[in-house]
Design a protein around this ligand. Structure first.
Ligand code: SAJ
Length: 434
């Protein structure tokens, strides 16, 4: 199938890089977003999200004349739906954006078109939700229009490279839909493109992120066990990982972001009776911020959360993971909020969101401000800008001499030499060999 023009619905972390990459590869692209503010800022060449290299890519795409930003879809050869799939408070998938994007396409559909759903979705969404909506056009999916599910698998922080280089799974509702999807993504994907059916492709995406969630949960439980038994979990993990078939991930303050902390719920919701492991892993990771608060209490010598009242804690790092500006479902932010709710005097700083008042607690404009009166420094995110701080310089900025590093970022010897009593998550009761 040949594509001269496509429409990408949803210009977020996935849709915007995808639309721009198609455009810089010579395809005419209508990038559609329902948020008028996003449309306005993008038209002026300014992405509303941070991702390394994205601004340059968007400007190149707009400059080429191939990318046009709009709040409405229009007729095209292919349509890509890349809208968010959040969840409701009871963890059920909220498919309203997928449904309204599919509905928005209906008036523009023509025979021979391809529609691709990229949004992470519960199994059978393409067949049971999207297909019937598209058929309101009077056209039949299969004989008249191609329909496929193709999950995005890019890692925030490395989206532009992974979009092109990662293997891509295309799940068609029939063979010719999969082939049409293949023809579309071949326009820029350099990784292998593998064709399958739509529901398998949906499962693949959910399985990948669930696999990672379960593996992080076990790392977090290992941290708790190590804390109880006086072991340094980081040393134990690095020794266990010398086994040729073991690769334990990193414990930390929990699992955040819009993907791994959300997607496993789609499987639990779809089949609660056969997913106890996946459900438990979610609960383990969701409880990890409370484990960190418990460590803070212990280090400050208080026996209950009430004892945290007025304790002065400098929280460094609030994003959901290192070197991104994304705070969605961030466990670090949750730790900071839990401490603040318990009455602690929290001064939080994140190099990617200085002086932000919309996060649930205000962030400081500078590291200095966060540290100025602290009694404990709590490092929650392994941002490069925080990992590389010089402990001697920090010692001059704060009266605090107590440190909890929840991500094993700071070298213990250097921080101890600078006068700090430094503890790490999963190692704070461990004693080195004498
Ligand atoms: N985390 C740990 N320990 C680790 C690794 C991660 O605690 O060893 C935490 C991170 O700090 C973060 C969370 O897990 O809070 C998720 O981070 P991540 O880097 O594992 O993944 P995401 O959510 O940024 O991106 C994932 C990726 N999926 C997989 O690696 C299987 C990415 O490829 C997907 O495209 C993305 O989800 C998505 O959009 O679904």
């Amino acid at each position: 199938m040949k594509f001269n023009k496509i429409c990408v619905l949803g210009l977020g972390y996935i849709g915007l890089p995808t639309a721009s990459t198609f455009a810089t590869n010579g395809i005419q692209v209508i990038g559609v977003d329902v948020n008028l503010q996003v449309v306005e800022t993008l038209r002026s060449g300014k992405p509303h999200i941070f991702e390394p290299g994205l601004r340059t890519l968007v400007q190149a795409a707009l400059g080429s004349g191939n990318l046009v930003i709009s709040d409405q879809p229009e007729p095209a050869d292919g349509f890509i739906i890349a809208v968010p799939t959040p969840f409701y408070a009871d963890k059920r998938a909220d498919l309203r954006f997928v449904i309204s994007a599919a509905e928005a396409i209906v008036p523009h559909l023509r025979p021979g078109n391809l529609v691709v759903l990229e949004s992470t979705s519960p199994p059978r969404t393409t067949l049971d939700i999207v297909a019937p909506i598209l058929e309101r056009s009077g056209l039949k999916v299969g004989p008249d229009i191609h329909l496929a599910y193709s999950p995005e698998r890019v890692l925030p922080g490395q989206i532009l490279r992974e979009l092109i280089e990662n293997a891509r799974v295309i799940g068609g509702i029939d063979r010719s839909s999969a082939q049409a999807g293949n023809d579309l993504y071949t326009l820029f994907v350099r990784g292998e493109i593998i064709q399958t059916d739509a529901t398998t492709a949906e499962m693949v995406k959910l399985m990948e992120n669930t696999y990672r969630d379960v593996n992080i949960a076990i790392a977090n439980e290992f941290a708790r066990l190590s804390d109880r038994f006086g072991v340094d979990v980081w040393e134990a993990i690095s020794l266990a990982n010398r086994h040729p078939r073991v690769n334990i991930l990193r414990p930390g303050p929990g699992v955040g972001g819009h993907c791994i902390s959300v997607d496993p719920w789609f499987l639990v919701e779809a089949a609660p009776d056969i997913t106890p492991l996946i459900h438990t892993a979610r609960k383990v990771n969701d409880a990890q911020p409370h484990f960190v608060v418990g460590l803070v209490q212990r280090l400050l010598g208080v026996s209950s959360q009430a004892g945290l009242s007025k304790k002065r804690v400098a929280v460094l790092g609030l994003g959901y993971k290192p070197d991104v500006d994304d705070f969605r479902e961030s466990p670090a932010l949750e730790v900071a909020c839990l401490l603040s709710k318990a009455g602690a005097n929290v001064r939080a700083y994140d190099p990617y969101q200085a002086e932000n008042h919309s996060l649930g607690l205000p962030t400081m404009s500078s590291l200095e401000e966060a540290l100025a009166e602290a009694e404990l420094i709590l490092l929650l995110v392994n941002h490069t800008l925080l990992r590389t701080l010089d402990p001697l310089q920090i010692a001059a900025l704060t009266p605090a001499r107590l440190v909890l590093d929840a991500v094993n970022a700071w070298p213990v010897e250097a921080w101890s030499a600078a006068g700090f009593e430094i503890h790490r998550l999963g190692a704070s009761t461990a004693r080195p060999l004498s």
